[in-house]
Design a protein around this ligand. Structure first.
Ligand SMILES: Nc1ncnc2c1ncn2[C@@H]1O[C@H](COP(=O)(O)OP(=O)(O)O)[C@@H](O)[C@H]1O
Ligand SMILES: [Mg+2]
Length: 382
């Protein structure tokens, strides 16, 4: 099938810290990986780099012949234009992978996303939106301060955790001056942190959970994924926050996390794929945020969880196209593997919660050999 890999090219940034460029430039690297992966599955691909103009580059392709693999997280260096990009796809009649414009717009604004989550009865930390001129504070310290509309841990450092009024005001001012936006202040959720990858649409499936391993950090208030922890591999913050996938969790906690993550994914209206960030306090999961255009690079959370589930990187890229194609009822694509997995009953745990067993994501012929082999393995004496 023909797939247009559309991605944004970021050369400079206009606000924030210089290093923030690291997060913004991720998309062109991912484009090459995704294109390679799709070619391995026999798809014909074309790369469409987006700088300032979206209409011109896209008009050269026939929307009836090409499916867009969307890797655009900004245009003209503006992250807030992420939903607008989808409007242009829609306007030109293109079908595309990933979430639609409404979901992207809601997730882009952290306060709005929390409003939606709360309206659906989902647990998320109590919050307030603050500018340097906000007077009344309803929440008790310790608090967490982050930019209201950024992602990828932009604007998050150890100073984001504040214990008194002065530190809070300083951090809100920093966000206002550096990122030109209000701050979201939240109750600090002390506890374990998980990234939950979800694939699918009507019946979204949770991939193996990934936990950020904070064991090497003694101070509970330093146990956060700061910008450096996410993007600077040589930093102590990065080294101190390795992911563990699959996470070591009890069945009961796993079920609670999966349930909250799946409901959050659906509440925010995500499509095809996404990642839900969760922290657990006293055994109760809280949604930090829902990421529709989550990082698809081979070394990021989604690809890792997919790998643990038995899905190679090319399989993951292909699966995302299959899910999108199925939504649009497009011809020429195979059924998604996770839908294809007929023995549904097997994937329901004793708690009635669906999660993808490793074998579900293997190609069918590999599954068959596995099944055939099973009795032989069982007959080998221990
Ligand atoms: N309320 C909170 N309590 C504790 N830690 C938090 C809280 N909110 C965010 N964090 C930490 O900050 C990181 C980034 O926050 P998140 O809301 O996921 O924003 P981003 O979009 O930048 O990823 C999280 O991974 C977590 O470690
Ligand atoms: Mg996050």
């Amino acid at each position: 099938m023909n797939i247009l890999v559309v991605y944004n090219v970021v050369e400079t940034i206009e606000q924030g810290e210089e290093d923030d460029l690291l997060a913004e430039q991720e998309s062109s690297f991912v484009e090459q990986e995704i294109a390679k992966a799709l070619q391995q599955h026999g798809h014909r691909t074309a790369a469409v780099p987006i700088r300032d103009d979206l209409w011109g580059p896209l008009r050269q392709y026939d929307p009836n012949e090409w499916l867009i693999f969307n890797l655009c997280e900004s245009i003209r260096n503006k992250t807030y234009l992420e939903p607008y990009i989808i409007s242009v796809f829609d306007h030109l009649g293109f079908r595309h992978t990933g979430s639609g414009r409404g979901a992207l717009a809601n997730c882009l604004s952290k306060p709005r996303a929390k409003e939606v989550l709360m309206a659906h009865g989902l647990p998320t930390a109590a919050y307030q939106v603050f500018t340097p001129w906000t007077i009344q504070r309803h929440l008790e310290f310790p608090l967490f301060v982050k930019p209201a509309s950024e992602d990828a841990s932009i604007g998050i450092t150890l100073n984001s955790v504040v214990h008194d009024e002065r530190a809070l005001r300083r951090q809100v001012r920093y966000i206002w001056d550096k990122y030109h936006q209000p701050a979201l202040i939240e109750e600090f959720i002390e506890g374990r942190e998980f990234n939950v990858t979800i694939l699918g649409n009507e019946n979204p499936r949770v991939l193996p959970l990934s936990e950020i391993n904070f064991n090497r950090i003694a101070d509970p208030f330093a146990r956060i994924v700061s910008f450096r922890a996410k993007w600077v591999p040589t930093s102590p913050e990065y080294i101190g926050t390795p992911p563990t996938c699959p996470a070591r969790v009890s069945d009961a906690l796993k079920a609670r996390i999966e349930d909250v993550a799946r409901r959050a994914y659906q509440a925010m209206g995500l499509r095809d794929y996404g990642r839900v960030d969760i922290r657990v306090k006293n055994g109760a999961p809280y949604v930090l945020e829902v990421n529709p255009n989550a990082d698809l690079s081979p070394d990021a959370g989604i690809a890792r969880a997919a790998r643990i589930a038995g899905m190679t990187y090319p399989d993951l890229a292909d699966e995302i196209c299959r899910l999108a194609a199925r939504r649009y009822r497009m011809k020429g694509f195979a059924r998604p593997r996770i839908v294809n997995y007929e023995i549904k009953a097997r994937s329901v745990g004793s708690d009635g919660v669906y999660s993808i067993p490793a074998s579900a994501l293997l190609p069918k012929h590999a599954r068959d050999t596995r099944l055939n082999r099973a009795p032989q393995i069982a007959s080998v004496p221990a």
